[in-house]
Design a protein around this ligand. Structure first.
Ligand code: BG6
Length: 515
């Protein structure tokens, strides 16, 4: 690499350092804050990306002493760096408040004022709502009435509010949530997180498509046979039955992560890599997805729940035997879908999406299968024996990509076989891939909404899925167990339900690679 290339590379790869800001984390004693947010903030601090005048305030209902609040997340920070942790801790403080009591917000405002006077400057504020979504309607209006989320003029200093999914549970509730948010916040202040967009490998979809010339000319229905998007997990509920049983897989993974991956794979190139251009293209794509025909939904979308099974010799409970799951729950833990995108580029190309819990392994990937060459010049090889090229983007756990091509193998003149051209993030860049929350928190602090979801994109996703949810609810309440949308079953630890194979026999096996 020349000196100039090296300089160019370094400046592209250098992260921008945010202005000083104040991060207020609501739900600070919860799992998300302890497992993801504070460790991600610590990593940003270690990387020198948390300004020396940036502070973190944890807010929660628990009436704990500040020191007990720190203890709650220490176990999630790297043990080998006690000095760094010590310095990081000095940036943290805790304010107890009840989310529905205005007085708590006034106390928070006083705490912030005191902090700002102490350092002699006004800080940007980032309010991270790591609470159940049901509390948004209590917190957001009170942040506004206490003046905390109000911007003085044109966003300087800014006030950003970060929200975690679920963004509603159907179209109507999502629209209600949106109306509530917009009563006190501008869209530019709202950062809706889909952590899949923070994953390096998901962002790489854009680089791969739009920073290379080799793929894009082939990226359409003339050359692509089908696309498969998978997000499989081997874990079950992880003590989240209270939330999950009311949500199910369609709301928990499909409405957001799966459709987010689909939108990056299928959208048109934005004119620029900037928030509105990106999100406009995502919106157009979502609008082009063909509505699902409810009367013959089993041909396009199916839901299933896991029964007892086993993995690596260990028995696994059925969903209905998991802690706090109602014994007659019809909640789906697996969804597979066949979607079509009715636009010039994709007309006729099926997109197969599947996502489930308690499957044989954890695997998220996007596999693009190209069409076969139009004719085989190799006399002994008929068209059926010729294999398709397949590009696989491995989102996790073995981040990377591979391209399967046909190539000559040593042996007879016609000895041909599939060869995998592979690229692995771990081999190329070492094992250290930043967590998605590091990327997203940094972007919130930089005021960059490119990787955050706009409200109209969410509404389109709900428009697609709400009729399905309604049909499921109706068939369950009428106890119609033989209708096209009836719940199917699969064994825990397996590859998924048999019905998914009837929808599409060509699913890539989850166990195709080790892990
Ligand atoms: C979350 C879902 O959004 O994503 C969880 O609520 C799921 O149910 C998780 O386990 C999967 O994320 P990842 O990054 O482990 O694939």
């Amino acid at each position: 690499m020349s000196i100039q290339e090296n300089y160019w590379q370094q400046s592209l790869c250098a992260e921008s350092r945010p202005q000083p800001n104040l991060l207020v984390v609501f739900g600070a004693s919860g799992d998300l804050a302890r497992r993801k947010l504070l460790p991600a903030l610590f990593q940003l601090f270690r990387r020198g990306l948390l300004h020396e005048h940036s502070y973190i305030i944890g807010c929660a209902r628990s009436d704990v002493k500040q020191s007990r609040f720190f203890d709650g997340f220490l176990e999630f920070l790297p043990e080998e760096e006690p000095e760094q942790i010590e310095i990081f801790q000095r940036r943290l403080s805790y304010v107890q408040l009840d989310y529905d009591e205005q007085a708590g917000y006034e106390r928070l405002a006083e705490h912030i004022d005191a902090l700002q006077s102490q350092i002699g400057r006004q800080l940007n504020h980032l309010f991270y709502l790591a609470t159940p979504a049901t509390l948004y309607a209590q917190i957001v209006p009170r942040l506004h009435s206490s003046g905390l989320s109000q911007e003085v003029y044109s966003g300087k200093p800014w006030r950003h509010v970060v929200l975690e999914k679920p963004f509603g549970s159907d179209l109507e509730s999502a629209e209600n949530l949106d109306r509530m948010l917009h009563k006190s916040l501008h869209e530019r202040q709202i950062y809706r997180i889909d952590h899949y967009l923070g994953k390096e490998t998901v962002q790489n979809i854009l680089m791969l498509r739009f920073a290379n010339i080799v793929f894009e000319p082939l990226w359409n229905s003339n050359f692509i046979e089908h696309v498969q998007i998978t997000a499989a997990e081997s874990v079950g509920l992880e003590q989240r039955a209270g939330y999950y049983d009311g949500a199910g897989q369609l709301r928990d993974m499909f409405q957001n992560h799966m459709l987010a991956m689909l939108s990056l794979v299928a959208m048109e190139p934005p004119a620029q890599f900037e928030p509105e251009a990106m999100r406009d293209e995502q919106l157009k794509l979502m609008r082009a997805i063909r509505p699902l025909p409810i009367n013959e939904i089993d041909k396009y979308l199916l839901r299933a729940q896991y029964t007892a099974g086993s993995k690596d010799g260990l028995s696994l409970p059925a969903y209905l035997e998991e802690e706090n799951v109602p014994p007659d729950s019809k909640t789906e833990t697996y969804v597979a879908a066949k979607l079509f995108i009715d636009n010039w580029r994709w007309r006729g190309v099926p997109f197969y999406l599947r996502s489930g819990k308690r499957l044989s392994r954890k695997l998220s990937e996007i596999a693009i299968t190209f069409k076969k060459p139009p004719h085989s010049i190799f006399a002994q090889l008929d068209m059926d024996s010729l294999k398709e090229n397949q590009l696989v983007l491995n989102v996790q756990p073995e981040e990377g990509m591979s391209l399967a091509i046909q190539a000559k193998q040593p042996g007879s003149k016609l000895c041909m076989g599939s060869l995998n051209l592979e690229f692995s993030y771990a081999k190329q860049f070492g094992a250290q891939i930043p967590d998605a929350y590091e990327r997203l928190l940094l972007d919130c602090m930089l005021g960059d909404q490119t990787l955050f979801i706009r409200s109209d994109v969410i509404a389109e996703a709900w428009k697609l899925l709400t009729p399905v949810l309604q049909a499921w609810q109706k068939s369950d309440s009428l106890k119609q167990y033989d209708c096209p949308c009836a719940l199917q079953y699969y064994q825990a630890g397996s590859e998924g339900p048999e019905a998914a194979v009837q929808m599409f026999a060509g699913w890539r096996p989850l166990r195709a690679t080790k892990g």
